[in-house]
Design a protein. Structure first.
Length: 136
């Protein structure tokens, strides 16, 4: 995990996130990753189809589960961009349950993202604007 995160938001656990075990299902965590990424992009006036002029495609995902979440919990989702290469980058996610002034680590995740030009249907270079904005 990177030491610095570029963005944080809160996401409430919905009843539809709960599985038959009574807690948030692993498939719901992937959906929450997508929601956090969309909020991150919106914060910087980007979308998945217009990331400083190119689109993006998720090429891989890894999730490490640490603790359970339940209906009514609120997730603090933090995101960092790292490993920027010529055509790809990684997004790192840290999910915490913050309740009663206590933070509990819920999950760590990483998504590999590839820049893509949807009009040409070809992989594209990471825009210089992104490199400048998110390189420490």
């Amino acid at each position: 995990m990177p030491g610095t995160f570029h963005f944080s938001t809160t996401i409430p656990v919905r009843i539809t996130d709960i599985n038959y075990g009574g807690h948030v299902g692993n498939d719901s965590i992937l959906s929450i990753i997508h929601e956090a990424r969309m909020q991150f992009l919106r914060q910087y006036n980007y979308t998945e189809l217009d990331f400083a002029g190119v689109g993006m495609i998720m090429s891989d995902v890894a999730i490490e589960f640490k603790n359970e979440l339940f209906y009514g919990d609120t997730i603090k989702a933090s995101i960092a961009i790292a490993e920027i290469s010529k055509v790809s980058f990684a997004l790192y996610y840290k999910f915490e349950n913050v309740a009663e002034n206590k933070s509990t680590l819920i999950a760590l995740a990483r998504t590999g993202m590839v820049c893509y030009h949807y009009g040409n249907k070809k992989i594209a270079a990471v825009p210089d604007e992104i490199k400048v904005q998110f390189t420490n």
